[in-house]
Design a protein around this ligand. Structure first.
Ligand code: 5AD
Ligand code: SF4
Length: 360
């Protein structure tokens, strides 16, 4: 049965539901297939993005997130521009070839200008060779365009869930947290010419397996170039924590997350898929497993240790991990799990270029 589905080129929602439910030997078949597709379409490599979480100041109040504005126990930081540039220099010298700048969501002219200036400095520091991914939330189209003109080439904005009903349960009902606006922002990013990434959380309270099948179809329909998705992890100081009893056990949530990655790889063969940090919170080597079944991007955290402890989106967020994470240590590893690391390669998503070819 599953072998028949795996042979297909187009997948119905019913097919995806079946794949999301596979167990035992069928699960091994699913993972073998997704790994085969990964090797064929994006190569047996994992590309690095040096992740800089440069500010945990956020104006939003998502019910699931530990750094939401109303959480007063968070000590807020804003890494100084010079310190960010020192990290960029580190990444450049250590062959990362690509960076991800991430922050809480702040939409105002000062922030827009700050990021624009940073991008210009990063471009000149690296002779315009570092592929910069931004993940700074919802902004006006004009701001996205300015950041693009200043050198950013990729943008990650997770839709969190493709179901407007579920989105409403996870966010306050106000204009700051509008599903429609988020979707609008994604469309703007794509039309400006960014390699556009999105993603969802997996195993949320109130989330059904149908929601997850719809998430996969959403990403396919939207024709995204990159995806960062991972398990939902509870944070005690958030409103969603009271639904702990609705959560799947860690092991099941992890399995579901790995299935989502494998199925997305089969559905969208040539996109970039990240093996996310949240996976590691559920199991120490889950990120290795993810790159062995379809993911091809890893985002080692290169934010200095002093700030790292305060970027707690969720509990059990790893503080240090890989040998090569952290500014203090040089990269020595050649492989991540069993997958070779693509040092010095910025690892653009082939889908972005294939998409452009077919749309001409
Ligand atoms: N568990 C897992 N992921 C989370 N994020 C925020 N809070 C959590 C949580 N509790 C993710 C969201 C957001 C990204 C910055 O972090 O998907 O887009
Ligand atoms: Fe802010 Fe993002 Fe957390 Fe929402 S998920 S509170 S926007 S950092």
């Amino acid at each position: 049965m599953i072998t028949e589905i795996l042979q297909k080129d187009e997948f119905t929602k019913a097919d995806l539901l079946q794949l999301l439910k596979v167990e035992g030997q069928d699960l091994d078949l699913l993972f073998a297939k997704s790994n085969e597709i990964k090797k064929k379409y994006v190569g047996n490599k994992v590309y690095l993005r040096g992740l800089i979480e440069f500010s945990n100041v956020c104006l939003k109040n998502c019910y699931y997130c530990g750094i939401r504005q109303s959480n007063e126990s968070v000590s807020r930081f804003n890494v100084k521009d010079d310190d960010i540039l020192a990290m960029v220099q580190f990444a450049y010298e250590n062959n990362y070839a690509s960076l991800a700048l991430q922050s809480g969501e702040i939409e105002n002219p000062t922030f827009a200008l700050r990021v624009e200036n940073l991008l210009k400095k990063i471009s000149s520091l690296s002779n315009n060779t570092l592929g910069v991914t931004l993940s700074c939330g919802e902004q006006s189209k004009e701001t996205y365009q300015r950041w693009f003109d200043a050198g950013a080439r990729r943008y990650l904005l997770r839709i969190e869930t493709s179901s407007p009903e579920l989105y409403q349960k996870l966010h306050p009902s106000d204009t700051l947290h509008s599903f429609t606006r988020r979707l609008e922002c994604l469309k703007n990013l794509q039309s400006i010419g960014y390699q556009t990434g999105t993603g969802v959380m997996i195993g949320l309270p109130f989330q059904s397996i149908e929601n997850l099948a719809d998430d996969l179809l959403f990403m396919k329909r939207f024709d995204i170039d990159m995806c960062g998705m991972g398990p939902y992890i509870l944070h005690r100081e958030t409103p969603l924590a009271k639904y702990e009893n609705l959560l799947l056990p860690d092991k099941e949530r992890l399995k579901l997350s790995l299935k989502m990655i494998a199925i997305l790889r089969i559905l969208m063969k040539d996109i970039n898929i990240a093996s996310t940090t949240a996976l590691q919170s559920l199991c120490v080597d889950a990120r290795e497993k993810a790159v062995e079944i379809g993911a091809n991007v890893l985002m080692p955290n290169i934010t200095p240790g002093t700030y790292r402890n305060d970027y707690n989106l969720y509990e059990r967020k790893p503080k240090t991990s890989l040998q090569f994470e952290g500014k203090e240590e040089k990269i020595t590893t050649q492989k991540f799990g069993t997958v070779p690391i693509g040092y010095g390669q910025c690892g653009d998503a082939p889908h972005f270029f294939n998409r452009k070819k077919t749309s001409v």
